[in-house]
Write a new protein. Sequence first.
Length: 451
Amino acid sequence: MIRFRIAVLFSVLTGLSLVLFMSLIYFYTRIDKEDEFYQELMVRAGIVGQYRLEKDEVAAEIYSEIIETHLVKLPEEREYVIPLGHARYALDSGLLSPEILSETVLEGNLTYRDGPEQWASLLYEDNQGDFIILISAIDKESIGELAALKRNMGLGLAFTLLVQFAVGWAFAKSITYPLTKMSGQLKSITATDLSHRVKVQNTQDELGHLADTLNSMLGRLEKGFEVQRKFIASASHELRTPLTVIMGESEIVLRQERDKKKYIQVITKIQKEGENLSSILHDLMQLTAVSSGLLQFHKERINLADVILDVQSQMFHFAGRKDLIIINYDQGAEIPWITGQQRWIALALSNVLRNAMKYSGFKETVLLNVKLAQGNELLLEIIDRGIGIPADEISAIPAPFYRARNAGTLGGRGIGLSIVDEIVKLHGGSMYIRSELNKGTTVYISLPLAP
Ligand code: ADP
């Protein structure tokens, strides 16, 4: 859970910096306390020396004052006054080590620690000879103070961590709240109802951008589902019509015995509808193959002039051996090369040209202009002077099965231009239609030129 993780992260970060900070405080406090205690031990070593070795030489009242003010015993205090001449005994008994002895003699004094005990050793020079004064004690007061400091810091740390966790939790909640809300909204969106959109309060921040992205994705999905739904509805409708005829005719003819002429008439009708069915299926398969792009799409270099020549001869036969197509190459566009699949490009071009001739009743000529646009694009203009398309229907034309209301009895299924649209998109180009009712139609196809 993201909230928990943010809260823990908050606490861990604060905890780590606090532990570091507190450790430094503890460490330096401890060093200070130790140094203070060593100083005190050293002062006491000096006094012990004077007290033990020089009381015969100084006034008695001064000594009693010294004893009163300074020689109240420290916790676990031990003092040793060792004549340097007898240092060997101290070494033998383990009271002194050779290192401590030599360091003290060399430096005049030395402080060191042995477990909880702190030690001070001082070289004392007296008229009776040289002495080593050793004094040790345990700084119980500092030990107590340090323990209290540790305990208080621990408590403070625990309390701060708790507060930090609570603050982190609240902070995480405020951050994740819009996300939780968004996911709640998304849950109510299903494939059957994609009309809902995600709402956020601040549209300018990252979450606003995320909501925008999700909403535009939902928009595309909704559109896609809608297209698919319409496609399935239209396809089933298209298939149902010939099937109904076939089933109806065969049912009627089978009701009673008929003469040969009737049988021939009905079977001919069934055959025609069968052919119709097969051609619908062929169109549908072609459309799905192109639009799914699944067809092995081997890109090859295509010379468009060759394709046009091929298609032109096809159209000659389609128009009943009439040459209705006039081809016009712009300067510089004589041999345009594009990359893609030749048979798809030929299919797209022939679909558009077929329409142009069909919707001008095979009476008018059709103009095919080949142009270069912006240096790296090829533009094909297919211009006819046919029945045109009503202005409000132009944008719907590339949708599968869509036929304009004036297409009327002129044969067709509304699939040809959908295939063209898909093929052009598959080749990285675009299609655009401009038309005026009863005046004519121009279909523009732009395709990227081969590098
Ligand atoms: P079909 O021609 O088989 O109906 P298309 O997909 O090729 O299918 O065209 C879809 C519709 O667009 C046609 O039914 C027709 O209404 C309109 N259309 C296409 N091309 C032209 C054109 N050149 N002139 C007039 N209408 C056209």
